[in-house]
Design a protein around this ligand. Structure first.
Ligand code: PMV
Length: 353
């Protein structure tokens, strides 16, 4: 049995980052990573297996914007085709698919959508083909084999660890559900468009940094600290470790061969503002801490009572062209929306599907 299925999956923000791939093909990281699953930033994907007589056309992929579909840009479509090939191999199926996908955040926001996008694709394919859990294998593994390691963590809600153990399939596991701790993530957008160096390339270059090995030595203690801070809901401890690991990622990026500079002048201005804000908030027992992935945008993790003040402060900054208010979320979910039913841009009048 197979049918059309729509799933949405969230982005996540790494507290301890995945940075450096031991085996890029199998997406095996050098280190375990821990993240918080988001709620607002998500990708929604509709997948439909095509009838056997139409399979010669192969997979077809659209991206959705402003209520219409357009054929996906070639580079993105290629990644989707490659991921679908992996999903077919892993599940022993041969169907070809029609796929339409959209993001809840603006495409030009400079936010990585690969984690949410490939998690949604893996979940939607498994749903559409009605593959039982024991045959599908771990969704985290299916998502990760897209090539986006962080997608491994987007199939679960709350606080998630991807162990990165090269033995076995190294599936992600939930450390605590979303209800355990209501943390917020206020995202300051300081960059639009794609970053100059992809995370894929960053993972490849990371081991060339003289600081790469040192971070690996420090990580067991940092990971323990983060697990404990989550368990005890200790925001001060979590914030300190979050910032340390973000600094490490960017030091490694800047000292890789050749170096990668993700920061923009506005990035630094936001970090200054968050530090000042944190000093003020601390007096009221609240707090805000920053982190960044492989890009210039700044994620400010904060306690619920601090969110309003953080969002207001960031929105008033000259280099910040947008603020997204997100929070810990519960993970992927089935959706009623049918993105394949939307008209193709420019062909709406003909009712082309
Ligand atoms: O999922 P990838 O392969 O795009 O790598 C993500 C890397 C970071 O976002 C920088 C860190 C992380 O763990 O999410």
């Amino acid at each position: 049995m197979s049918h059309r299925a729509t799933v949405s999956a969230p982005a996540n923000i790494a507290i301890v980052k995945y940075w450096g791939a031991k085996d890029a093909e199998r997406v095996v990281p050098y280190n375990p990573s821990i993240s918080m699953t988001l709620e607002v930033c998500r990708s929604t994907t509709t997948v439909e297996p095509v009838p056997a007589d139409e399979r010669a056309d192969g997979d077809r992929v659209w991206v959705v914007a402003d209520g219409a579909r357009t054929p996906a840009p070639a580079a993105f479509a290629e990644r989707v085709h490659a991921h679908l090939d992996v999903l077919r191999r892993r599940t022993g199926r041969s169907e070809r698919f029609r796929v339409a996908t959209s993001n809840s955040f603006p495409a030009a926001a400079g936010l990585a959508s690969s984690a949410s996008g490939f998690a949604a694709l893996a979940c939607a394919v498994v749903r559409a083909l009605e593959i039982p859990a024991e045959t599908a294998g771990d969704l985290s593994v299916l998502a990760r084999l897209s090539g986006s390691g962080s997608a491994a963590r987007s199939v679960l809600g709350g606080y998630v660890e991807w162990p990165g153990d090269p033995v076995g399939d190294c599936a992600a596991r939930q450390l605590a559900p979303a209800g355990h701790w209501d943390l917020r993530d206020v995202i300051a957008l300081v960059q639009s468009g794609d970053k100059e160096v992809s995370s894929l390339e960053g993972h490849r270059r990371a081991p060339t940094s003289p600081y790469f090995g040192r971070r690996l030595e420090l990580l067991p203690g940092r990971l323990d600290g983060v697990r404990r801070a989550i368990e005890e809901r200790d925001a001060q401890a979590l914030g300190r470790l979050l910032e340390q690991d973000a600094i490490d990622l960017h030091v490694i990026a800047m000292t890789s061969e050749p170096p990668i500079f993700y920061w923009r002048p506005a990035t630094l201005a936001v970090l200054e503002a968050v530090r000042a804000l944190n000093r003020e908030l601390r007096q009221a027992g609240a707090g805000a801490w920053w982190t960044m992935d492989a890009g210039a945008n700044v994620h400010v993790l904060c306690t619920a009572e601090a969110e309003e003040a953080v969002a207001e402060r960031l929105a008033s900054m000259p280099g910040v062209h947008g603020v997204i208010r997100d929070r810990v979320g519960t993970g992927p979910r089935d959706e009623d929306a049918d993105l394949l039913a939307l008209p193709v841009a420019g062909e709406a009048a003909r009712g082309d599907r």
